[in-house]
Design a protein around this ligand. Structure first.
Ligand SMILES: Cc1ncc(COP(=O)(O)O)c(C=O)c1O
Length: 439
């Protein structure tokens, strides 16, 4: 059998969890896509969106000379999106001397870049004060912080960066407060350690909770800690004025990343990362490679190869341009609001059944719920629902409480999909607890 048919018959059916599962029945952060011959699409609109992806591959864009439009459109897109998010002007190319943004491949890569730049900066500073200190001696004492509910990529970036990471306990709202961070920082300083990085989360993966940026931000300034904000999922919602408060305190951050590929109708991969001081990212691992010297080096336009880990890069800004131009700000806001209202509708359905409870406040498009009682019932429910294969949901666990996550972010999800999903969930719950059972 020629390889192309083997791909069609053996690989394609397994490329999207289940061949019969519609995107609107797949309840994770980031909509499900179907893949066909390298193209991914959820609806016909997605087919068009995938055509944008082809453009995305048009050219390698490691520095401005190789693709001036690639660099310049990216600069403009980062400012457009930055303004849609009402970011402080220090993060924007057009409104500051030092700030700006880049489209990275992932939040993981953005967080890693931020941590490595913070590491370089603190090492340089400490060695300036004491030239006898070796890099290794400093690295051994560095401490990064994140919440126990943060995405694993923050912990992983510390592992890759060879620094200690201290995982902080969240409060009852799933948040890291200023008091929690300060107590940890003081304790570590007393031990002779050097706090240098905080990976804060706006919209945790576990249950969409929010670290208190307004409290931890000023502390990071006081203790000279690089504050990186991971708003991979929830950041998109902040283009709606009524949700912008979720980013309050971002003015204290040195870097911030959101994933338009999660909830802003852009195909994977698209992670927008802003920094307040581009020198700290451009200068951290700068190598003046002879082959790539050019006459506009060091001028206003960035050489993005210095801002990222890979050398070459795709023309990702074109996808963002297509999305922003075709939906418009109001179209994107309407989509986000629709998803959030569907999540609220699902929350009501859960609350209407006394066998269930809601685990975290429903702020955006994620509903966390469980069967009352011990974890084993909800674990069984999760298994029954996913084995049934009509819908797909993911589990989570916080402080030993197991629960289910129902996320709405696929463009095609309608009220009927929500009622359908709830019907499936109730049907499976009936197998565990018949409805008349008093809990
Ligand atoms: C809050 C948060 N941060 C980071 C990530 C990782 O994103 P990426 O795949 O872009 O590295 C996720 C993925 O779900 C997330 O929810």
């Amino acid at each position: 059998m020629p390889p192309k048919w083997r791909y069609g018959w053996e690989i394609l059916p397994h490329s999207a969890h289940s061949p019969d599962l519609a995107p609107s029945d797949f309840h994770l952060f980031g909509p499900l896509k179907r893949h066909l011959g390298g193209m991914a699409f959820e609806t016909e609109d997605d087919l068009i969106s995938e055509l944008r992806n082809w453009f995305d591959n048009l050219d390698v864009d490691f520095f401005r000379v190789s693709n001036p439009a690639g660099t310049e459109l990216e600069v403009v897109m980062m400012d457009w999106l930055g303004k849609m998010l009402q970011l402080p002007k220090e993060f924007l190319f057009s409104e500051s001397d030092k700030g700006g943004g880049i489209i990275q491949s992932s939040s993981s890569e953005s967080g890693l870049m931020a941590l490595l730049c913070a590491r370089t900066q603190i090492i340089a500073k400490l060695r300036e004060d004491n030239s006898e200190l070796t890099k290794g001696q400093i690295i051994d004492k560095l401490v990064a912080y994140c919440s126990e509910e943060a995405h694993s990529c923050i912990e992983r970036s510390a592992l890759i960066g060879l620094v200690t990471i201290r995982i902080l306990q969240t409060d009852e709202n799933g948040s890291i407060s200023g008091a929690t961070l300060e107590a940890a920082v003081k304790e570590d300083i007393a031990k002779g350690l050097i706090p240098f990085y905080m990976g804060a989360c706006v919209g945790t993966t576990t249950r969409c909770t929010f670290d208190n940026l307004k409290e931890i931000g000023p502390l990071c300034v006081t203790y000279n800690i690089w504050l990186h904000v991971d708003a991979a999922y929830a950041g998109s919602a902040c283009i709606c004025p009524e949700f912008r408060y979720l980013l309050d305190g971002v003015e204290y951050a040195k870097s911030l990343a959101i994933n338009p590929h999660k909830w802003l109708q852009v195909n994977h991969d698209s992670t927008c990362m802003w920094v307040k001081d581009k020198e700290l990212i451009e200068g951290a691992y700068h190598i003046d490679y002879y082959i790539l010297r050019h006459k506009s080096q060091g001028q206003k336009m960035p050489d993005y190869r210095h801002w990222q880990i890979p050398f070459g890069r795709r023309f990702r800004s074109l996808k963002l341009w297509f999305v922003l131009r075709s939906f418009g700000v109001s179209g994107l806001q309407a989509q986000l609001r629709k998803d959030i209202s569907l999540a609220k509708m699902f929350e009501k359905l859960v609350r209407s059944d006394p066998r269930f409870e809601i685990v975290a406040e429903v702020v955006l498009g994620l509903v966390c719920f469980r069967l009352k009682g011990d974890n084993s019932q909800s674990e069984l429910l999760n298994k029954l629902v996913n084995d049934d294969r009509r819908i797909h949901i993911t589990p989570s666990k916080v402080k030993d409480t197991f629960f289910l996550r129902f996320a709405i972010c696929a463009k095609s999800t309608q009220e009927t999909d929500v009622t359908f999903a709830w019907k499936v969930i109730e049907e499976m719950a009936d197998k565990i607890f018949p409805r008349e059972t008093e809990l």
